[in-house]
Design a binder for this molecule. Sequence first.
Ligand code: DGY
Length: 323
Amino acid sequence: MTDLKKYTVVASGKMRDVAFEKLNAAVNLLGWQKGGRVPREEFEERLAQADALFSTGNIKINEELLAKAPNLKVIAQASVGYDNIDIAACTARNIPVGNTPGVLVDAVADLAYGLIIDSARKITLAHQHVKSGLWGQNKPFGLATDLAHKTLGVVGMGDIGSAIAARAKASKMKIIYHNRTRRPDDVELGATYVTLEELLAQADFIVIAVTLNPSTKGMFNEETFAKMKDGARLINISRGAVIDTEAMYNALVSGKLAYAAMDVTEPEPLPGEHKLLTLPNVTITPHIASATVETRDAMALLTVDNILAALEGKPMPAQVQAK
Ligand code: DGY
């Protein structure tokens, strides 16, 4: 068995306690359990000695950063998304990158389904109505819209997209989806493959579950919104940059979009004074789709397992495949 104590693993931020304990017992860990971000200068000093990097996703990992880590053998990030990492630059240095698919699917799909329901039933707005005393003054809240028999368009039918579709079926929604390729199991999933144009034209609710990459950046823009049904509802749990924020704002103001419910935004974090937050037809949560105790523990432990496997010269349980 390899003595892993000879390896130095650097964390870019606070990790879940279970993960810290497991990793600390196995390697020479330079952790950062006090929270927040490791100050840049200190982080760079640590990177100079790092054999492995435990990324909490709060840093850009590019050629400039890699050049500061001459001994780096592996990077593992505690997230499924890795749009902050230049995979080509890591591959060029023979540094494998691990991520955390699978373990977060249910938590993310639950939040997405919650946002779909909220975009129809306006639960967060109804709460504000009560809190601001309007119910107490007998002011009506107004009517919402049903999910049953409406069409949900899933853009990006991977593990998360299909878990969202399964939940939406419980609300008797009709499911259509668009993906780069048609899924062989879509009949079992009860979902119909359509082109993006067809999805935009037919869906009452559109949920975005794609990964952010050059082909999806800004894919929801003025042109895309124009092709949607009037009064469509948009839900995003992928990455904010998939949407052109200004175009979405205009679509919400004009009524083209009846509602937007977003767990991710561009910019992120969204400043409290951002104009999107002045609109009455928006719900925004602060990128919390995977933020449950159980899921974040599982993500952190998978990140540790990715690091330990790579340091032992074994395949990582979840390695990002370079394109
Ligand atoms: C991920 O893992 O990429 C999620 O966005 C984190 O919540």
